[in-house]
Ligand binder design. Structure first.
Ligand SMILES: [Fe+2]
Length: 299
């Protein structure tokens, strides 16, 4: 028989005190959030009859997750980062915002401050003998007018599925650039075709996925922040057509409208053409990306 005490006035008062409710110090918003976490955790423990062993295994898991810096990876893998996109889509719909390139998850591997280039950029440092890739397109408004001076902030993995900064074998900002669009709203990049990748096989995210009977693989993809004065910031990525994991992405990032077609050119070069379409900003803050903590980002 299930024993439940979390709803009792005594326990509710105990959690409220633990969350600092009623004192005049601290952060009221955080108190509200912590109280809810305590209340919902207690209900979960009761409803699923969580054993003490399971509870302390979970606590140990959180320690391992943090020690490997994989909390962001787990949020992607469990779909909570994609849920935030779905919720933003629904809020946009309710507010009457529509059209433009879909958003999708940022993931945990952005590094702020990549070199800023005018119109075009070489993304790779030439040390990785991957398949050459031309990546190009336009940044447009909803009415199709080209956006001059938009910033295309692009980052992707190398042929090993690894990202510079997080992979110390790569040069600084390898496969990372910011490109300012030209007078026709165009951006062009020369790079190498990225590889898909998986979660570290010995890490806590993969350990969780193993318990869920899931793989931890992503299709080959290219990340973007797209921004322009007067337009809503866009966080998105294009996933490359033909990858076996295109619609089986452990991070749930692939969306309709975000598949990059890969065109084979002569000489083993491939071309990916992708245009981005931005919604107009209603509020000034719409032009900015989230304040999520990021590598090398001030503040
Ligand atoms: Fe990625």
């Amino acid at each position: 028989m299930t024993v439940a005490i979390s709803h009792s006035p005594e326990v509710q008062a105990f959690f409220a005190k633990a969350a600092g409710i009623g004192n005049d110090q601290g952060n009221p918003r955080l108190k509200q959030i912590v109280l809810r976490i305590l209340q919902d955790s207690a209900r979960l423990i009761e409803d699923l009859a969580i054993s003490d062993d399971e509870f302390w295994q979970a606590v140990d898991y959180l320690n391992r997750l943090g020690s490997r810096n994989e909390a962001g990876l787990l949020m992607a893998g469990l779909g909570l980062e994609h849920f935030l996109d779905l919720l933003s889509d629904a809020r946009d719909s309710q507010a009457g915002y529509s059209g433009g390139t879909p958003r999708t998850i940022e993931g945990p591997l952005y590094v702020a401050g990549a070199p800023l280039c005018e119109g075009e950029a070489q993304l790779d440092d030439g040390r990785d003998t991957g398949q050459p890739m031309l990546l190009e397109g336009q940044v447009l408004g909803l009415d199709g007018q080209p956006l001059v001076g938009a910033i295309v902030d692009v980052w992707h993995a190398n042929t090993q599925g690894l990202y510079s900064y997080f992979d110390s074998n790569q040069s600084a900002y390898n496969l990372r650039r910011r490109i300012r669009t030209d007078a026709q709203g165009r951006y062009r990049a020369r790079s190498i075709v990225p590889s898909g990748y998986g979660c570290p096989t010995d890490g806590p995210t993969q350990a969780c996925l193993d318990q869920l009977g899931r793989h931890g693989q992503r299709p080959a993809h290219i990340h973007f922040f797209i921004s322009a004065p007067g337009y809503r910031h866009l966080t998105t990525q294009i996933n490359l057509a033909g990858d076996e994991y295109l619609w089986d992405d452990f991070a749930h990032a692939t969306r309709d409208g975000l598949v990059g077609e890969v065109e084979q050119l002569e000489g083993g070069v491939v071309r990916v053409v992708f245009n981005f379409c931005l919604q107009p900003a209603v509020h000034a803050e719409d032009e900015q990306r989230s304040q999520r903590p990021r590598a090398l980002q001030a503040g």
